[in-house]
Design a protein around this ligand. Sequence first.
Ligand code: AHR
Length: 320
Amino acid sequence: MKTILRAAALLCACFAFASCERTADDRLVVGFAQIGSESGWRAAETRVAQEEAKTRGIDLRISDAQQRQENQIRAIRTYISQGVDAILLAPVVSTGWDSVLAEAKAANIPVVLLDRRIETADQSLYLSAVASDAVEEGRVAARWLAKTVADKPCNIIELQGTVGASVANDRKAGFAEIVAQHPSMHIVRSQSGDFTRSRAKEVMESMIRAEGGKGICAVYAHNDDMMIGAIQAMTEAGLKPGTDILTVSIDSVPDIFRAMADKQANATVELTPNMAGPAFDLLTAYLQKKAVPPKWVQTPSTLYLPDTAEAEYQARKTRY
Ligand code: AHR
């Protein structure tokens, strides 16, 4: 039945798309509805996905949605009409996926979520999710800060990720949970920098103007790229990030290790860019052996501090 549906989908696709022919060989064909390239981490995730696909001989088709959900939905529909074997989706926001994922399910195409989650009442709409515990990432960041300030008063600025993204909601919630346990710590301002350096720099500039640099004890950014933008804003305003103002962010990209080694940043929580490798493994087992994967393949959330920053920078700079 599945084969017939696939063949029908492929036939339809061939009327609609000039370049939709399945490869003559028996390679697995996977469509990847990627968000875009808003951060160094995102670019690394795409690059690693290409490498992991090449290693396994998978035909990987990647679309760049320019951070727009409607573009991701369009890409998924294209993959469905191409009759791909599976779809990877890094959902830019958490809601609004039910219809298009029901279409993939009706075409018997398994969907694996990468690095972000969706909100749905129907968990059967996706096969598995390869992602970190983003609430825990926020907790890890806040625990480090709480330990470092050791109950001294601390006004914190928070730079949030993309509005509506699961990781932005979860990283905010986890951080706030720990801060609430420490009466001396306060999140005084919190605004989205959309996971980009440029937007975060603008937001940080306006926060410094509003707050007055001296009153800021720490900056928590939902990703390293936003922290790099914030570091630029602080430095241009004559402040000393990493010394006068503590920083903690998430991803562990080479640039934040450079900043940590240069004493401009203090801590980062790692999010591995290798989300596609585990996804390809579980998809292969599922498609070839009907092995049902766990609903959530959790990636680790490790805290890195300046003592290993130079070594981590050297080790990672060519990998990203
Ligand atoms: O979903 C993962 C987040 O998306 C990364 O932390 C961030 O850099 C990216 O844009």
